[in-house]
Design a protein around this ligand. Structure first.
Ligand code: THU
Length: 173
């Protein structure tokens, strides 16, 4: 028993600790840049093109490309539930397939809840979407800014990597 404790102690002493902090800036509507504001409007509009007959949770996304092109998309559900796809992946996959040579600069996400109103608290991409966004960021070779809209304020995050630290990527293959 004492022996085990000793080993634990040695391991503990040898362990390295990494602390990861991310910066999230919460902006009021009037604090958004004109470019950010346009993206928020596009993401909000996209929620009205969502196909969400099962969850009634309508999500919209808007992606800004380096030449100023904005691509929008929304969640698309299916009666075979797992076959549906989130707004973020719909939009990012479309942007990357339609404009494979243009870098993605920013993605904005907005959602309306089951009451039909925009959420007060910004929604955040699910794990699978973070993985896809992260690969798009690698593809773009520059950070993709993330804007998460809520009626209480919009969170701005400098890079997708901030949302998915210690991630798996192509460098492991
Ligand atoms: N959904 C998104 O489109 N994006 C998110 O970030 C979270 C969830 C969708 C998936 C599903 O159609 C509905 O919202 C409820 O989960």
């Amino acid at each position: 028993m004492h022996y085990l404790w000793a080993i634990k102690y040695i391991f503990h002493k040898k362990m390295e600790e990494f602390n990861i902090t991310i910066s999230v800036i919460k902006k009021k509507q009037e604090e958004l840049t004109p470019e950010e504001s346009t993206l928020v409007e596009n993401a909000k509009e996209a929620t009205f093109r969502s196909y969400a007959p099962y969850s009634h949770f309508c999500v919209g996304a808007a992606v800004l490309l380096e030449d100023g092109t904005i691509v929008t998309g929304s969640n698309q559900e299916n009666s075979a539930y797992p076959s549906g796809i989130c707004a973020e992946r719909t939009t990012m996959f479309y942007a990357n397939s339609r404009y494979p040579d243009l870098k993605v600069k920013c993605i904005c996400i907005a959602a309306r809840g089951t009451d039909g109103n925009f959420t007060s608290r910004p929604i955040s991409p699910c794990g699978a979407c973070r993985q896809v966004l992260s690969e798009s960021e690698d593809r773009s070779q520059s950070p993709i800014k993330v804007l998460l809209y809520g009626t209480d304020g919009t969170y701005t995050i400098n890079s997708v990597k901030d949302l998915l630290p210690v991630s798996f990527d192509a460098s492991f293959l």
